[in-house]
Design a protein around this ligand. Structure first.
Ligand code: ZN
Length: 208
């Protein structure tokens, strides 16, 4: 099973990825992880990437593609893989087509307005880390420890809005690209985690 996972930040993609990897025994390849590994180990591609990062520049698509291509050649990918965080744009998707023939692109679809409300409504206890949501919580006192409940800087409307805008601008061309190839399958990511996973299983069982 060779799949690509798409999903907005905060839409539970990480949780679904973990469950998919467990159920189907596919390697979960997160681009962030393989980048960090190559940088840490100082591999030739890692050094290439580091040269750009040190200059404060974005790592070019060519280097990112090289890092992914090398990872896909490793033995644990023989039976399949699940890519997470790659491709990020159509150029990378075309490069991936040359590396491998993916079976399916699984899109954890979200309603951006609803996701925005969900994410900006998050509150967290400064003391114990307990999380709350404004839809079910009022005030600013943690019911567990009495600590102050606050909104993290990451969860403000401005930050979340920016993150989701970047995501949808990057992802729409990919959705179009894979739809045209007949490879895109979407599940409703706004449902509870277990229901989303049930939909994911229905889709993936057809691939196996
Ligand atoms: Zn607390």
């Amino acid at each position: 099973m060779k799949i690509v996972l798409l999903g907005a930040p905060g839409a539970g993609k990480g949780t679904q990825a973990t469950r998919i990897a467990e159920k189907y025994g596919v390697v979960h390849i997160s681009t962030g992880d393989i980048f960090r590994k190559n940088l840490k180990e100082g591999t030739p591609v890692g050094l290439k990437a580091k040269a750009f990062i040190d200059k404060g520049q974005l790592v070019p698509d060519e280097v990112t593609c090289e890092i992914v291509a090398e990872r896909l050649k490793e033995k644990d990918c023989e039976k399949g893989f699940m890519l997470d965080g790659f491709p990020r744009n159509v150029m990378q998707a075309e490069a991936l087509d040359k590396m491998s023939d993916v079976d399916l692109v699984l899109n954890i679809a979200v309603d951006l307005d609803k996701l925005m409300a969900r994410l900006t409504g998050r509150r967290v206890c400064r003391e114990c880390g307990e999380s709350y949501h404004v839809s079910t919580f009022a005030g600013n006192k943690c019911s567990k420890c009495g600590g102050e409940v606050i909104q993290r800087a990451d969860d403000t409307e401005e930050t979340v809005g920016k993150r989701l805008k970047v995501y949808s601008e990057q992802t729409q061309p990919l959705i179009d690209y894979y739809t045209a190839k007949g490879k895109l399958q979407s599940v409703d990511g706004m449902k509870p985690i277990d229901e989303v996973f049930a939909e994911v299983v229905t889709v993936l069982d057809k691939v196996k």
